[in-house]
Design a protein around this ligand. Sequence first.
Ligand code: GDP
Ligand code: MG
Length: 196
Amino acid sequence: ASQDSWSSDSSDSVTSSESGNTYYRVVLIGEHGVGKSALAKIFAGVHDNPDGECETLGENTYERTLTVDGESATIILIDMWENKGDDQWIQDHCMQVGDAYLIVYSITDKASFEKASELRIQLRRARQTEDIPIILVGNKSDLVRCREVSVSEGRACAVVFDCKFIETSAAVQHNVKELFEGIVRQVRLRRDSKEK
Ligand code: GDP
Ligand code: MG
């Protein structure tokens, strides 16, 4: 039953390919092992929806249409930050192609939290003139007894980053839907303020 809220979107997504639908390229970045691929798989609906709705566009890219605040949006989720081989090229590419970013760390791993700050700086450098929507994601919130990064540290870091913050658990699927809805809202906020 925990997936009800996901599947409730399916009736709306039927017409999503008509004009009016918006596509957002969302890129997952962060240290190895923090749960990027686990989050991507939930997004892709591997667990709740084996028969489709979500399209897998190649190995590390997923597409899914959500209805957020009554308006549909298609997210192209890119999880290729850690590819074997030519990492540097891929990471440079990732820094360029996103309309929005999820910078993920694990609340059980202080080093991954510090890495998140580095990535924020790298991203700012790569896209200097742009105001890119970012959510700082503290994943593995289910592992309470191994916590190394407090909620308030995460929140404070997001203030410095000038971005949103959320803690998630891919393992128990907590806040994952909220995360993807959140990033859609962040992109829209910027789009709407540009139109004024
Ligand atoms: P990636 O390297 O960032 O893509 O990380 P993965 O998605 O491969 O996850 C690394 C490991 O952490 C795997 O063993 C996952 O099962 C585990 N993992 C991912 N997310 C969570 C979570 O929210 N809670 C817990 N307990 N384990 C998680
Ligand atoms: Mg991965």
